[in-house]
Design a protein around this ligand. Structure first.
Ligand code: TYD
Length: 210
């Protein structure tokens, strides 16, 4: 089973996937948790380039190919072998992020993106995708709050509200196109309620027990 989490920056995915992974492991499941970009030695180095605020000259094309290079590596090196071994893979962002951010956010042609993504992933697609839903305004407010406690804004984090609105539109379009794969979770709730909703959704949709 390949489960991905998507959402705007500040939607709280990272906290939620960690909690979910611990709960599933406690049930005896073989769970691999990864994040994009990164998750492999090569991918983590690509991640540093992508996040570095000094890289103001990075073109949208270079950015796209770096995300997809990191993805090609993690699919081949980590995700496919784990799935082949019968385990559960939970990924904090996957190809839908590329459609939402590089497609809707940056305006790269969608057909082109789908072809590059297919090349990078060999056609691997998530069985289920959970969308942690918050407004772009809430996402920015949360990240500003986090930055008061020392968390740095990354290169993409600091994009304007308008950019994040387009990304949200992208996610809404993806969900509408493939309603059977997506589960929408209200991520504006307190963290514990979000986690409870995630587990309830996975129980209902995939028969997972917690
Ligand atoms: P990260 O710190 O992992 O953010 P988050 O915790 O919100 O996932 O940074 C990932 C950033 O990269 C985030 O702003 C989304 C963006 N991104 C893309 O633009 N395209 C992609 O294909 C992926 C995977 C991420």
């Amino acid at each position: 089973m390949f489960i991905t989490f998507e959402g705007l920056d500040g939607s709280g995915k990272t906290t939620q996937v960690k909690e979910l992974t611990s709960a599933l492991r406690a049930q005896g499941h073989q769970v691999l948790l990864t994040r994009e970009p990164g998750g492999t030695e090569i991918g983590d180095r690509i991640r540093e380039i992508l996040q570095d605020k000094a890289n103001t000259a990075m073109t949208a094309q270079a950015e796209l190919l770096l995300f997809c290079a990191s993805r090609a590596q993690i699919v081949a090196e980590v995700i496919r072998p784990h799935l082949d071994g019968g385990g559960i893979v939970i990924c904090d962002r996957f190809a839908d992020s590329t459609i939402a951010y590089q497609g809707y956010g940056r305006g790269i042609e969608l057909d082109l993106l789908y072809a590059i993504i297919r090349f990078a992933t060999g056609g691997l697609q998530p069985d289920l995708t959970l969308y942690l839903d918050i407004t772009p305004e809430e996402g920015i407010a949360r990240r500003q709050q986090a930055s008061l406690f020392g968390e740095e804004f990354s290169r993409i984090d600091q994009m304007a509200l308008e950019f994040h609105r387009r990304v949200q539109q992208g996610y809404l379009a993806l969900m509408a196109a493939e309603p059977g794969r997506w589960l929408r979770i209200d991520a504006a709730q307190p963290s514990a309620a979000v986690q409870a909703d995630i587990r309830a959704a996975l129980t209902a949709q995939a028969g997972m027990a917690f």
